[in-house]
Design a protein around this ligand. Sequence first.
Ligand code: SF4
Ligand code: SF4
Length: 197
Amino acid sequence: MSFANFTKIELKNLFKKPATEKYPDGPATYKEVTRGHVVNDMDVCVLCGLCQMRCPTGAITIDKKKQTWSIRPFSCIQCRCCVENCPKKSLSMAKEYTEPDVAKGQRDFDLTDRQKEVLAEQARQAAERAAQAMEARKKAAAAQNANTAAGAGAAATAESKAPAAPASEKGQAAAAPSEGSGSAGDNKETPGNRDSE
Ligand code: SF4
Ligand code: SF4
């Protein structure tokens, strides 16, 4: 580039708007494609654990006893997998970068008091439903046992009350031709019979 050309470009740039943003003098603006970082609305999260299971880097940890949801921001690769799989839609990507930190620690988020109450109530209702279902199963099993016992008792009674046919009668019944069939054979008019008359 000749000196003349260089000077021309320099002079032109002196009067043009700067190509870069004036951060930090002005607020940073984030583009539409900025992935940002994961945030959780602890007023909606139910600590179901799905995000923890789906996170490919293991950045999320859930402690149901302590009722905390934690993330290690420096392990997160902003893949959005947790956000897309959250059934309660409590996760989202905030359009700003993770704040710098001196330690690569984990950040814990406690459930809100309101959400703790909601979950406690849900757990109580679930326990109640389970107890009712168990009770119903016990009753059904008891009724089935009673029916089986009653059926067996009735069969035994009927068997004991039925008169036992003597063996000789049984033999005669088998040997003797039935009355109806015998008389029909006897009353048949044969040509021989007619001649004798
Ligand atoms: S998937 Fe959603 S509701 Fe379930 S623990 Fe994760 S953030 Fe909470
Ligand atoms: S964005 Fe991806 S890497 Fe980050 S916490 Fe969610 S699932 Fe894990």
